[in-house]
Ligand binder design. Structure first.
Ligand SMILES: O=C(O)CCC(=O)C(=O)O
Ligand SMILES: [Fe+2]
Length: 292
């Protein structure tokens, strides 16, 4: 992610944008926030206990000091318990430095993980968290390899997954990338989720909570698209430079919505959630994926 990948063809892809009824109010509330359209209602800033997992470590190390606060007997975990989970140990170690000043003084410095964009190292412009079944191939994107949390730590995620299965019979997902957009300036840059671990036609189920945001798709620019190939698979026609309406799609992803990207969407299209000045509230997005 965070990368522009212009490789691949450009055949049309299956997309759907449907109301996602699978999540009860209670469920949504336990996961979130503010159901208002944030451009109409200024959202209250989330308190620290409401903030979903952040791997940025930029505030302090209090979450880590508090240690695990799993309320395992609780049917639904509150956001508080989701927040106060220690990150998986190796990424934690990689981004945390202790400096012993001697004589009983020390410093702890926690670096927010960086990604690489156009060869440059930068901070992710949103917070992320990766949850995956054990034993799967590692996810690596933009030079960043997040460690995976366990599903068992977050019962609400399993319930959301069950609701997705009801909406999408026959689907299967074993991993999840969570994105938290804290406000107008958080975004995800143009990219395709075309990592090999997802296979050639990944199905990605994307559930949104909180502030609605625009989701934009753009057809990849490469020649040799499947649409442009001749029936016998011969050379593609030269592509016209100007883009037309069919080359772009834009959807508003509302609170509680489910968007499914399927078929060759990742091969042939790139997508983004751009910065939007009016999107003042926090948005949580969960993308369920199948690592093959
Ligand atoms: O937040 C969204 O709706 C999209 C997130 C996304 O594209 C991703 O996680 O790969
Ligand atoms: Fe994506």
């Amino acid at each position: 992610m965070e990368k522009i990948n212009n490789s691949g063809d450009s055949s049309a892809a299956n997309r759907s944008h449907q109301p996602f009824d699978g999540i009860s109010n209670e469920e949504a509330e336990s996961l979130l926030i503010n159901k208002n359209n944030c451009s109409e209602h200024k959202s209250k800033e989330m308190t620290s206990s409401e903030i979903l997992l952040s791997d940025n470590g930029e505030d302090d190390d209090s979450n880590h000091k508090k240690g695990l606060h799993h309320h395992q007997n609780q049917r639904r975990m509150s956001l508080t318990s989701i927040v106060e989970v220690e990150p998986p140990s190796s990424s934690y170690a990689a981004t945390r430095r202790t400096i012993d000043l001697g004589h009983g003084s020390d410093l702890i410095y926690i670096q927010r993980p960086t990604i690489r964009v156009f060869g440059r190292s930068c901070l992710q412009p949103r917070d992320t968290c990766y949850v995956a079944s054990s034993g799967l191939s590692a996810l690596v994107y933009s030079g960043y390899r997040p460690d995976a949390y366990s599903w068992d730590d977050f019962p609400p995620l399993k319930e959301i997954l069950d609701a997705i299965y009801k909406a999408l019979p026959g689907s299967r997902f074993n991993s999840l990338l969570l994105n938290r957009y804290k406000g107008a300036n958080d975004y995800v840059a143009w990219h395709a989720d075309d990592e090999k671990i997802y296979g050639p036609t990944p199905e990605i189920a994307s559930v949104s909570f909180g502030c609605e945001r625009e989701f934009v798709l753009k057809k990849k620019k490469n020649e040799g698209s499947s649409q442009e190939k001749t029936e016998d698979g011969g050379p593609a026609k030269k592509r016209l430079k100007r883009s037309n309406k069919e080359d772009q799609q834009s959807l508003t992803l509302k609170h509680g919505s489910l968007l499914v990207m399927r078929g060759y969407t990742q091969r042939d299209w790139i997508h983004s959630v751009p910065k939007r000045a009016k999107a003042e509230g926090t948005r949580i997005n969960l993308t369920f994926r199948l690592v093959l």
